[in-house]
Design a protein around this ligand. Structure first.
Ligand SMILES: Nc1ncnc2c1ncn2[C@@H]1O[C@H](COP(=O)(O)OP(=O)(O)OP(=O)(O)O)[C@@H](O)[C@H]1O
Ligand SMILES: [Mg+2]
Length: 360
């Protein structure tokens, strides 16, 4: 059997989900595979009464996850909102996996997403041959979620044009979708709800229409509050990447992760950690997700073109690539940081040299 590159959460964490379902005895909302409390335990990790360890998926504020889960039990949909790389898609996938046992009912929002991607489309060959019928109808993930009482996910909701976004209004307020061509409708089964994600930073995003806003509860996912929290996130994600990719590399030293996260946090804030020097801020967002990628590519470099031990030289290209998104402006930002901050740190000499060697 072929190895799947990226398993869905419900497969990857099948055992955890199974143990959680077995252990929970409280009241489950209709069609949920587990109680809301268990969903939160799945997200944040914890120990079950029988001693089974559930790994944390989201690292951050418990209250936010409780609000997100509680929202999904009501008639309002959930909007996960925030800067790029704050785990919106990640949380959405795990919520759907835990609640419905299925994270695959997903619509990817783009500027080209039309109504038929949210409502339904037609199989034209059938439509022409047989006329409009149930069989000629092409169901969208949203319709399937309505019928099965599951969670539908809409990624990047605000990339979708406002008129198309409004298709969701009837679905969310009436919990039904009229199909005038067949003189019928699809009525949502209990358990159905929608999780949408949107980010407020990228170019080319539309506003969320106010009619739609009223039908969503918004949960804002913040950038990691503290240095230690961010290091923890990066460390866990890098470990699981190494496991999945079966990289012949040693686990990165915590110190390497700390240095990368320091660079990211200082440039993001425009201030050194000691609060002493102001810095220019690069044009792109330096998200936690990018810090994770820098570590991962460094590990790949160490594994295949080094001796398996992660060094500053393996990380340099990734760091510079993450910071310098605009070849003119960001280069100045990076040069200044390199010469005024990196160079002066006693134990950062190897990074300084590795970055200088890149000649950027
Ligand atoms: N607080 C966090 N806890 C756990 N993982 C996190 C956290 N923040 C970021 N990550 C990791 O960052 C990666 C990127 O997250 P994700 O793709 O969900 O971001 P996003 O908010 O959807 O970004 P975008 O707006 O670019 O779509 C994931 O692998 C996730 O594990
Ligand atoms: Mg996303």
């Amino acid at each position: 059997m072929a190895h799947i590159l990226r398993e869905h959460a419900e497969h990857l964490y099948a055992q955890e989900l199974e143990e959680l379902r077995k252990s929970d005895s409280g009241k489950r909302p209709a069609n949920w595979t587990m109680t809301p409390q268990s969903v939160v335990t799945y997200l944040l990790g914890g120990r079950l009464p029988n001693g089974f360890e559930v790994s944390p998926k989201y690292i951050g504020n418990r209250r936010l996850m409780e609000i997100a889960v509680a929202t999904l039990t009501t008639d309002r949909a959930l909007l996960l909102y925030g800067l790029p790389g704050t785990a919106k898609s990640w949380v959405s996938e795990h919520l759907a996996a835990a609640i419905s046992g299925d994270s695959t009912l997903i619509v990817q929002g783009t500027a080209g997403t039309g109504e038929e991607a949210i409502r339904y489309g037609w199989n034209y060959a059938r439509l022409l041959a047989e006329g409009p019928s149930e069989k000629a109808l092409v169901e969208t993930p949203v319709v399937r979620a309505m019928k099965d009482g599951k969670i539908a996910r809409i990624e990047e909701l605000t990339r979708i044009g406002a008129d198309v976004q409004d298709t969701l209004i009837t679905i969310l307020s009436e919990k039904a979708l009229p199909i005038p061509e067949l003189n019928t409708e699809v009525q949502a089964t209990r358990g159905f709800n929608i999780i949408a994600t949107a980010n407020n930073r990228d170019k080319g995003v539309n506003d969320l229409s106010s009619a739609l806003k009223r039908r969503f509860n918004t949960v804002i996912l913040p950038v990691p509050a503290s240095m230690e929290e961010e290091i923890d996130i990066v460390q866990r994600r890098v470990e699981s990447f190494e496991k999945v990719m079966e990289l012949p590399a040693e686990k990165p030293a915590l110190e390497e992760i700390r240095r990368i996260v320091t660079i990211f946090r200082e440039l993001r804030a425009g201030l050194t950690l000691d609060g002493k020097s102001k810095l220019k801020v690069p044009s792109g967002t330096l998200s936690t997700a990018e810090a994770i990628s820098v570590m991962n590519s460094g590990l790949a470099m160490a594994a295949y073109f080094g001796d398996g031990r992660l060094t500053a030289a393996d990380l340099a290209a990734g760091v510079v690539g993450a910071v310098v998104k605009d070849p003119v402006q960001d280069k100045v930002v990076w040069q200044e940081y390199l010469e005024t901050v990196v160079k002066t740190r006693e134990d950062w000499k190897d990074i300084y040299r590795a970055c200088r060697d890149l000649g950027i």
